[in-house]
Design a protein around this ligand. Structure first.
Ligand code: PHB
Length: 389
C-alpha cells in the first residue's frame, strides 16, 4: 500500500488530521490498534476551545456540534462556600463549546466513512521505519497478514503508550514529567446538571468538578486516592462526597441518580521534546499529557494537528518546507503554555497529601486574587478559552 501521509492512531487527533488533509486534497491512511467500538466507548472531557471549533468547521464536521453543543460564556470557581464567576465573554470576547470528545470522534468517523477513507482497525505491531530518509514506511499486522504502508510522512497520533515517540533516539529525546499524588473519580449520570455552567471547586475535602454533556446528562468528578478503584465508591458514597465539596447552595440543588459510567483517571503532566524526528511528527498524547483540570487534553492535540496539517498542505501545494522544519518548535511553544495552565489549575484547586498550612494559605490567596483582580481573571479566561494558534 502507498499513501501520502500514514497516520498512526485513530483517536480524535489522527482522524481530525486525516479529515483536514482530505479537504485539502492530501491522501492519508489511518492505522488504529483498537476496534472502533472501543475508541468510541472511552469517555473523555467535553470542553472545546474556539480554535478546535474552527478546525471542525474547516474539516466540515461541525454540523451536529453546532446543533447539539452548548456555548459557555463563563465558568464558576468555588473555594469552600465562596463562589465567583469568570466571564470569558466579557474578558476575552470569546467562549468555549461544551461537546463531548466522544461525539467529536463519532462525527469524524462518519465524515471519514462518507469520504471513503481508509481507516484500518485492530492493527497490531505497528512500526515506523526509515524516518530520516525520503521514503519512510510503516509495517503492521492486520487480519493475520503482515502489511507495509509506504508514505511521504508519518503522523504519530498514537497516544501516550504508542510506538512512535520511542522512535526518537534517546540521544536527542528529552522527556519532562510530573505525576500528581491523586486521581479523579468521574461519574456520568442521566440527571440535569447542577448549574448551567461548570463549577471548579476547591474544598477542605479535596477538589470537585461539576460538568455536563447536555440538559439531562451530567459529568461530575471528585479528587480521590490513587489506590481507590471505582468499586470502592458506591453511587451514594460518590454523591455524598460531591455534596460536601461544592458550595451549599449548589449541593442543595444537586439532582442525583444512578451512574451510567464510573472511572478513575490518574493525573500527569508530560512533554516530549522534540515532537518530530525526520519525517515523523507526533501529535497529541503521543507527545504530551496534561492533567484534566482545564480540559486541555483534546485541545492541545487539536493545536498540534492545526500546525501539522497546515505545514503538510504547504509542502504538497506550494513546495514550502518551512512549516515542516519548524513543526516541533511551533507546536511546543503553545503546548508548554497549556501545560503551565493545566498545572496551575491543578495546583490551585486540589488538596495535596504533603500540603502544609502555609501551602493552603497560598492557595487561598491565589484564589482570592483571582476573585478580585480583573487582570488575574483575564489571564485565566484567556488560557481557558484557548491561546491563539
Ligand atoms: C468534562 O466535562 O469531562 C470535563 C470538563 C472540564 C474539565 C475536565 C473534564 O476541566
Amino acid at each position: 500500500m502507498r499513501t501520502q501521509v500514514a497516520i498512526i492512531g485513530g483517536g480524535p487527533a489522527g482522524l481530525l488530521l486525516s479529515q483536514l488533509l482530505h479537504k485539502a486534497g492530501v491522501a492519508s491512511v489511518v492505522l488504529e490498534r483498537r476496534s472502533r467500538e472501543y475508541v468510541l466507548s472511552r469517555i473523555r472531557a467535553g470542553v472545546l476551545e474556539t480554535g478546535l471549533v474552527n478546525l471542525m468547521h474547516e474539516a466540515g464536521i461541525a454540523e451536529r456540534m453546532d446543533r447539539e453543543g452548548f456555548i459557555h460564556d463563563g465558568t464558576l470557581i468555588a473555594n469552600g462556600n465562596d463562589q465567583f464567576r469568570i466571564d470569558f465573554k466579557e474578558l476575552t470576547g470569546s467562549h468555549v463549546m461544551v461537546y463531548g470528545q466522544t461525539e467529536v470522534t463519532r462525527d469524524l468517523y462518519e465524515a471519514r466513512d462518507a469520504a471513503g477513507a481508509t481507516v484500518m482497525h485492530e492493527c497490531s505491531g505497528v512500526k515506523p521505519h526509515d524516518l530520516t530518509t525520503d521514503a519512510p514506511y510503516v509495517t503492521f499486522f492486520h487480519e493475520g497478514a503482515v502489511h507495509r504502508l509506504d508514505c511521504d510522512f508519518i503522523a504519530g497520533c498514537d497516544g501516550f503508550h504508542g510506538p512512535c515517540r520511542q522512535e526518537i533516539p534517546l540521544s536527542v529525546r528529552r522527556e519532562f514529567e510530573k505525576v500528581y499524588p491523586f486521581g479523579w473519580l468521574g461519574v456520568l449520570s442521566e440527571t440535569p446538571p447542577v448549574d448551567n455552567e461548570l463549577i471548579y471547586s476547591n474544598s477542605e475535602r479535596g477538589f470537585a468538578l461539576c460538568s455536563m454533556r447536555n440538559a439531562n446528562l451530567s459529568r461530575y468528578y471528585i479528587q480521590c486516592q490513587l489506590s481507590d478503584t471505582p468499586d470502592d465508591w458506591t453511587d451514594d458514597a460518590f454523591w455524598d462526597e460531591l455534596r460536601r465539596r461544592i458550595p451549599e447552595e449548589a449541593a442543595d440543588r444537586l439532582v442525583t441518580g444512578p451512574s451510567i459510567e464510573k472511572s478513575i483517571a490518574p493525573l500527569r503532566s508530560f512533554v516530549c521534546e522534540p515532537m518530530q524526528w525526520g519525517r515523523m511528527f507526533l501529535c497529541g498524547d503521543a507527545a504530551h499529557i496534561v492533567p484534566p483540570t482545564g480540559a486541555k487534553g483534546l485541545n492541545t492535540a487539536a493545536s498540534d494537528v492545526n500546525y501539522l496539517w497546515r505545514a503538510l498542505v504547504a509542502w504538497y501545494n506550494d513546495g514550502e518546507r518551512g512549516g515542516i522544519d519548524t513543526y516541533s518548535e511551533t507546536a511546543l511553544a503553545r503546548i508548554w503554555k497549556a501545560e503551565r495552565f493545566s498545572w496551575w489549575m491543578t495546583t490551585l484547586l486540589h488538596r495535596l497529601p504533603e500540603q502544609s498550612e502555609f501551602d493552603i494559605r497560598m492557595q487561598d490567596a491565589d484564589i482570592a486574587y483571582l476573585q478580585h483582580s480583573t487582570a488575574a481573571q483575564t489571564a485565566m479566561a484567556e488560557n481557558y478559552v484557548g491561546l491563539p494558534y
